[in-house]
Design a protein around this ligand. Structure first.
Ligand SMILES: [Zn+2]
Length: 281
């Protein structure tokens, strides 16, 4: 049990045809809510934090907390840096003991993207950690700071990235978006199918907040193994804190419990949709 490499989790998900939730966390209460849901449903999970969120949850303080929670857990947990943007931050996460890192150089031409992924792959290799990278570009942005135009992943570029770097997971852009969807997401399953044919590596869906249960299931059937969820968890935590604020009796620790509960409810729902419940070995 406890801290495990992302690639080991995704390999089992591939063999058994389910998805592993990669849940973004920002404080101790959220970490506790995620672990509580995973333990109750006996599900493997990935705990992650994106580099843009580190001003709120500093890596040197929050990283060890995530790792401690993973090591204590009774289910397998990978600890992942989401959307790593520079080598220094990635190295910091690896030094702390993160079991995987994402390098996001997807805004660059594929050749440049590959060059940077290779560098990160070499670095992560010396820690026996895994690497995720992205091809194409999602609409929106991880922290709502920009509204990127969506660029679909090109399957031949997915193949090229895999062949030249042999990384452990590839994130696709198939109509998924970060943050809240402005209109109902229309996923392009054709791109997913064509990417899957070309690479043996587990595929990743970012922007999991707002995708329908049916589309989640189609993605998993089509080879998506890691599914990132952030916004839905943050909203659920916020909602329960708002409800707490309406109560007469105020007490900080009841608010803290509301945060745990907010994360727990959102994560539980997603674990059941991803069908990873009962899969903890
Ligand atoms: Zn993302």
């Amino acid at each position: 049990m406890s801290l495990i490499n992302m690639s080991a989790l995704l390999k089992e998900a591939e063999a058994d045809n389910y998805g592993v939730g990669a849940f973004s966390v920002a404080n101790m209460e959220m970490v506790m809510g995620v672990i509580k849901a995973a333990e109750e449903l006996k599900s493997p999970i990935i705990l992650q934090v994106a580099q843009v969120r580190l001003p709120f949850s500093p890596l040197s303080i929050f990283g060890p907390l995530m790792l401690a929670a993973a090591k204590e857990a009774t289910v397998p947990v990978a600890v992942h840096l989401d959307h790593g943007l520079d080598i220094n931050t990635i190295k910091h996460a690896l030094d702390l003991g993160f079991s995987s890192v994402m390098i996001d150089a997807s805004q660059l031409p594929i050749e440049e993207n590959i060059k940077i992924v290779k560098k990160v792959k070499d670095l992560a290799g010396s820690y026996e950690a895994d690497v995720e990278a992205e091809v194409g570009q999602l609409a929106g942005s991880e922290d709502d700071s920009a509204d990127h135009e969506m660029l679909y992943s090109r399957p031949e570029e997915v193949q090229k990235l895999y062949e030249e770097t042999k990384l452990e997971a590839i994130a696709l852009s198939i109509g998924n978006a970060h943050g809240l969807y402005k209109r109902e997401p229309r996923l392009n399953f054709e791109i997913l199918a064509r990417a899957r044919e070309r690479v043996p590596v587990p595929l990743v869906l970012h922007g999991g907040s707002g995708i329908s249960d049916e589309d989640f299931r189609r993605c998993i059937a089509g080879g998506i193994r890691k599914i990132n969820v952030a916004t839905d968890t943050f909203l659920s935590v916020e909602r329960l804190v708002r409800e707490y604020c309406k109560e007469e009796r105020k007490d900080y620790f009841r608010m803290s419990a509301a945060m745990v509960q907010g994360a727990y409810e959102s994560i539980k729902r997603h674990i059941l949709i991803f069908q990873s419940d009962g899969k903890a070995k």
